[in-house]
Design a protein around this ligand. Structure first.
Ligand code: DAH
Length: 341
């Protein structure tokens, strides 16, 4: 019995004096592990005489329970001390501003494209798309630009090698979004229609106002009763909303495009006071887009009867409109890539 009491005293003292969880664990193993002191004593129970067992077994069980309870209590107290120590020494200033980080922003071209698309959507136009690598047929011939036509040279076209040398095989990087007019009208339900075609186009040209890749937006409306008045109203309405000028003044200047007849280039009224461009007022004009009534040859190339259907088309440079609206002086800045380290 004195044995049990002695062991109890030793372990309770040890437990009381420990300051950390690791030491506490070693004490637990020493007492209750496979070869621990208390375990050894517990094993003797089965070897005891009946009478001895009756008195000693409850004492040994009580010893074991006491040590377990003391260890658990001590564990709790050590953990509470650790937590209190942390709370008193570590702290977070939750009023500090967070670290700054580099955020991506929508590219001005994407933003302007979205703005334009939204305006034309409100006017009942839907979006059409076409491939960036085109055939001569869609990029030129079907748009009333036959091989000998001087306009072919004006386009600074990037040609790519024909693999099979077949007519209709894609062999040019499209120089404008106009080929999508043809692709759309060719489809059975291609007319009547009101579509816009935003997209990348390519020309071999590079300076402050030209980049080899730029963005255009084509417009096409075909129906049985369409005239220049509809074209004029549509473009005025677009400019009024896009440039946010209520009394926008446009000038339709007679021009020539092979795919429209008559054709008009559209200028917006502006001023250049102190070198600062102001749209919507003043004595100057700034060209913003090309337009016209779709040429009968273009309709016929798509099997659309020009005696039944007419339509208007227009094409604008998205980059140019973005430069005008947001005062961006150099087209090439749209292509600068910023690497964030
Ligand atoms: N495709 C012409 C160009 O890239 C722009 C254009 C002008 C498109 C008049 C049209 C149009 O649809 O009617 O220069």
């Amino acid at each position: 019995m004195s044995d049990i009491k002695q062991i109890e005293d030793i372990f309770l003292k040890l437990i009381a004096s420990t300051k950390n969880i690791d030491d506490l664990e070693s004490i637990r193993i020493k007492a209750l592990g496979k070869k621990g002191e208390v375990t050894k004593l517990m094993k003797t129970i089965s070897l005891m005489e009946e009478e001895e067992r009756r008195t000693k077994a409850p004492l040994l069980n009580a010893l074991k329970d006491k040590i377990i309870q003391n260890i658990e209590k001590k564990k709790l107290s050590i953990n509470t001390d650790i937590l209190n120590e942390k709370i008193s020494t570590e702290w977070l200033d939750i009023s500090r501003p967070s670290r700054s980080w580099q955020k991506g922003k929508i590219h001005p071209i994407s933003q302007v494209t979205e703005e334009i698309v939204e305006i034309f959507s409100d006017l009942g136009f839907s979006i059409a798309e076409g491939p960036q690598i085109e055939s001569d047929w869609y990029n030129f011939d079907a748009l009333n630009i036959p091989p000998e036509h001087p306009a072919r040279q004006e386009f600074d076209t990037f040609y790519i090698e024909k693999l099979k040398n077949k007519i209709g095989e894609p062999n040019v990087l499209r120089t404008h979004t106009s080929p999508v007019q043809i692709r759309h009208m060719e489809k059975n339900n291609g007319v009547p229609c009101r579509i816009i075609v935003p997209g990348k186009v390519f020309r071999s040209d590079y300076d402050q106002t030209h980049t080899p890749m730029f963005n255009q937006l084509e417009g096409l409306a075909i129906d049985k009763d369409i005239n220049m008045g509809h074209l004029k109203w549509t473009l005025e309405e677009f400019c009024r909303v896009f440039f946010d000028i209520d009394d926008v003044v446009l000038r339709f200047r007679s021009s020539h495009f092979p795919f429209t007849e008559p054709s008009a280039e559209v200028d917006i009224k502006c001023s250049w006071d102190d070198g600062l461009l102001k749209l919507g007022q003043g004595e100057s004009w700034l060209e913003i887009l090309g337009s016209g009534m779709v040429h009968p040859n273009v309709l016929m190339a798509c099997n659309v009867d020009p005696l039944v259907y007419q339509g208007f088309a227009f094409g604008m440079g998205i980059d140019r409109l973005a430069m005008l609206k947001y005062g961006i002086p150099d087209l090439r800045s749209f292509l600068i890539v910023i690497f964030v380290g």
